[in-house]
Design a binder for this molecule. Structure first.
Ligand SMILES: O=P(O)(O)OC[C@H]1O[C@H](OP(=O)(O)OP(=O)(O)O)[C@H](O)[C@@H]1O
Ligand SMILES: O=c1cc[nH]c(=O)[nH]1
Ligand SMILES: [Mg+2]
Length: 217
């Protein structure tokens, strides 16, 4: 399984990661959402370099240019609700992609223990397609695993890209051992060392859904 940590190289991506982490800057929810989207755009561009291409000739006003276009059927999926701005970043780059949505939420039994519930899925057929699952936070990896299980009821993808902004090292290890080794690639903008007792990523960013869309009851 390939694990690609985009923070291993310096780029402007680090500015956007810094801004979503900053306790001052992240309070501007419009900027937070736009930064999530920008990270999605950059990750989509990096991902596009690893895809299969096919030749395609295009007629210009003065002749014919030999070009290449992506030769994979892409489905961009996300886990509601925190994933929406990140998903939009991918969709801005992959014009022809189909889309899928899965809901997942933590229902706390007490301050520390929670179950994850999936109640909604809308997806095209996934047989033979490249499935990109976008979710900005990969904390325990539980939501990703359950969302993937739900998506598999819609077909068997040829390749799976797990795309995340901040992952814990624990979740990277969890996903690596629960997803098909030969056809999964994990993409992270940054990998953080630990989780706290509430299974939030440390240092992380806090609650991505609340930062993007406001606190929920
Ligand atoms: O790896 P895990 O331990 O499962 O945690 C990560 C999940 O937590 C966040 O969503 P959350 O449950 O906060 O829902 P929200 O998008 O509605 O805020 C995030 O977007 C992931 O889906
Ligand atoms: O750190 C975390 C963990 C789960 N969900 C979040 O939004 N942040
Ligand atoms: Mg949340």
């Amino acid at each position: 399984m390939r694990i690609i940590n985009l923070s291993e190289n310096n780029s402007v991506l680090k500015h956007y990661i810094k801004e979503i982490r900053s306790v001052k800057i992240q309070k501007d929810s419009m900027r937070f959402r736009r930064n999530m989207e920008r990270i999605g755009e950059i990750m989509a561009y990096e991902m596009s370099k690893t895809m299969r291409y096919k030749p395609e000739d295009v007629k210009t006003p003065l002749g014919v240019a030999h070009t290449e276009v992506i030769d994979e059927k892409l489905v961009i999926s996300t886990i509601l609700r925190a994933g929406l701005p990140f998903h939009q970043g991918f969709l801005s780059y992959f014009d022809a992609a189909e889309n899928a949505f899965v809901s997942a939420y933590r229902k706390y039994k007490d301050a520390l223990k929670f179950d994850i519930f999936i109640e909604y899925i809308a997806s095209p057929n996934l047989d033979g397609k490249t499935l990109i699952i976008t979710d900005p936070m990969l904390a325990t990896g539980g939501s990703m695993e359950l969302a993937y299980g739900a998506l598999l009821t819609k077909g068997k993808p040829a390749h799976i890209h797990i795309a995340t902004v901040i992952a814990s090292q624990q979740a990277i290890d969890y996903v690596a051992s629960h997803f098909p080794e030969a056809k999964t690639t994990i993409w992270a903008a940054a990998i953080d060392p630990e989780l706290n007792e509430h299974s939030y990523i440390i240092p992380g960013i806090g609650d991505a859904g609340d930062l993007a869309f406001g606190e929920k009851l």
